[in-house]
Ligand binder design. Structure first.
Ligand code: LLP
Length: 399
């Protein structure tokens, strides 16, 4: 899925900018929905990974719903054409205003993360004269073996309701007039690369499900969250392994007759389609490092600084002999590095570098620290070209 020629077409644009390749996005969506639908699973895309309206428009065309984490995301999803009944809303800190908005929007379900939140939803639903559909987000205490900052399903994490409290929460819901129990929600973390983690999640869910059923409750929906990791190490972009992922659930999860199974992938759907194009401003030496200073920084892509993550980098302007480089941004923080060691064709001032697989948690996490301009974006979509016969790209600037 490598596309150097495509990136070169944009070489006259002002840098830095994100470039989304919707042809790659479509390939990933075809593969994801092929495997999820084979097992009768429904997907809700986690908007937090990338909320670009054009990208959402493509995702929506594949029958995928929206997983939101704020009132603004709920609003945005609906404005971008997602049916309100295809919207789920999770988050440990939903405000009263956000809950009321979601009630008015008549979303599919709130994924409730605390007992107190449940009381607030019940009260606000009464005020709205409606019944809120809720799923309980359970913290199953499963180690996802990922970066500590993106682990969400261990007992020490702030997310969800502990397994031990489930019984009392369920009987509370039973007494509530304005809340309807829809099922259970789990999301244990992101960038999970070991399939055994998902197997362990299923085993925990099976135990919890049995326990709840023995108390006389039915569970119409199970939502297994997102978390499927991608391969950030390779220069060439690879398709996420949706086949193995969904098969793990198919083989391990005890699904009841008629029960709906939902997933909330974010990264795995959109990471591959995004590239950050940046220009080399200066090349200089520091002790032990040849340093390329580029015009994108942690303000455009914070993942390396925040999680010490690596994104493949290539030099679009040269094929000369390769050397090792550190690549850093212009921001006044020593953590503003993309990498300390990458082998690149000899780098010179004004060369363009491509920082790859940044379609997820890239642009959405950008900031204007140091009073930066705000990052631009373009996209290419061959399907649009054939429809309209002309324009293949649009330019939009975020503030
Ligand atoms: N569902 C819930 C409730 C979530 O909190 C998340 C992500 C997802 C689904 C989607 O997970 P995914 O399939 O993308 O792994 N900024 C971090 C990632 C934070 C993920 C937050 N929650 C990063 O750049 O790695």
């Amino acid at each position: 899925m490598e596309n150097k020629n495509l990136w070169r077409q944009f070489s006259t644009q002002e840098t830095p900018f994100y470039l989304y390749d919707f042809n790659v996005l479509r390939k990933v969506l075809v593969e994801a929905t092929k495997w999820s639908s084979r097992f009768g699973y429904k997907l809700h895309y986690a908007l937090k990974a990338n909320a670009n309206p054009e990208l959402l428009n493509v995702i929506r065309q594949y029958g995928i719903g929206a997983d939101c984490v704020s009132g603004n995301e709920v609003k945005h999803a609906v404005n971008c054409g997602f049916h309100s009944h295809d919207v789920v809303f999770a988050g440990v800190g939903k405000t009263d205003e956000e809950i009321s908005l979601a009630l008015k929007t008549r979303i599919f379900s709130f994924n409730v993360e605390s007992c107190q939140e449940l009381d607030v939803i019940n009260k606000l639903a009464q005020d709205e004269g409606t019944k809120a559909r809720v799923a309980i987000r359970v913290n199953p205490d499963v180690n996802p073996y990922t970066h500590e900052y993106i682990s969400t399903g261990q007992s020490r994490n702030k997310f969800g309701i502990p397994h031990a409290e489930l019984k009392s929460v369920l009987s509370k819901i039973e007494r509530m007039k304005y809340v309807q129990f829809m099922g259970l929600h789990f999301h244990i973390g992101s960038q999970i690369t070991q399939m055994s983690v998902f197997r362990e999640l299923c085993q925990r869910v099976n135990i919890i499900q049995k326990e709840i059923e023995s108390m006389g409750y039915e569970i119409p929906h199970l939502n297994l969250g997102g978390g499927l990791g991608i391969n950030y190490d390779d220069e060439a972009i690879q398709m996420p392994d949706f086949e193995t992922y969904f098969k793990v659930f198919y083989q391990t999860l005890d699904r009841r007759a008629g029960q709906q199974i939902h997933f909330e992938p974010g990264r795995s759907l959109v990471a591959a389609s995004g590239t950050l194009i940046t220009k080399v401003l200066y090349v200089k030496e520091t002790p032990g490092e040849e340093l390329a200073i580029v015009d994108a920084g942690m303000t455009e892509l914070i993942r390396p600084a925040l999680y010490q993550s690596y994104h493949p980098i290539s030099n679009l302007s040269s094929d000369e002999d390769r050397e090792h480089y550190a690549v850093a941004g212009p921001i006044c923080e020593s953590s503003d590095f993309f990498t300390h060691k990458v082998l690149l064709p000899r780098v010179k001032r004004n060369h363009l570098l491509a920082i790859k697989q940044v379609g997820a948690y890239g642009e959405v996490m950008s900031s204007r620290y140091n009073l930066r301009q705000g990052v631009r974006r373009y996209h290419v979509d061959n399907e649009r070209k054939t429809e309209t016969g002309k324009e293949i790209c649009t330019l939009e600037r975020t503030s």
